[in-house]
Design a binder for this molecule. Sequence first.
Ligand code: ADP
Ligand code: MG
Length: 228
Amino acid sequence: MGCLIEISDLRKTYQVGDEAVHALDGVSLTIDNGEFVAIMGASGSGKSTLLNILGCLDTPTSGSYLLDGMEVARRSTTELAHIRNSKLGFVFQSFNLLPRTRAVEQVELPDLYLGRLNHAARRRRAMELLRRVGLGGRTGHTPAQMSGGQQQRVAIARALMNDPPVLFADEPTGNLDTKSSVEIMNLFTELSKEGITIIMVTHEDDIAAYAKRQLLMKDGKLIRDEHR
Ligand code: ADP
Ligand code: MG
């Protein structure tokens, strides 16, 4: 399989007034290519902080982070942005779609930044991805014309546009009803079977159960690491 992520003694400390908040208090772990991992824990336990650092959206206060063998713990924001655009896909609780923008154009966006495809190829790939997530009939819809579950599927198609080997998701079903949540988790399961690495934050047991490995955070520490 091969190691995709290796972090050692990762710390993130926020100074809030006189107090130091240890959002991450010395986390070490490795994640192999192709794994489907759920990061669990109570609110405030450090899940999002960990996911944001793993996803190169944030940097640690100290510790090391090897992504695909490359040290990324102390890169500039420009370098991190390039790594994100070319290697990483993101799905968020609130979908983070552009208002008044058609689904197909939302999905094309990551390649507009990266510029790997010409216009026709970009459109073709976006349409194909929307079909892949079951929205072939809604490519011209704006977010206001879609349900939450449909919006999240647009966000997943967008996350896949640049063909990233790894997908990060922070509470991807947090704003969805049970039926839509199950659809999104079934889609993640299919993507995982196709070989995409998935790292997902959730505080819900039944959502975490879709992952093959469950990490449990408490007070900035990793206190359990289980394979199912
Ligand atoms: P979770 O996602 O598990 O709810 P977070 O990773 O968001 O937890 O937060 C972990 C801890 O770090 C919490 O105590 C939170 O209040 C604190 N924290 C997170 N971000 C900041 C910030 N920007 N400034 C100060 N404290 C923060
Ligand atoms: Mg969070």
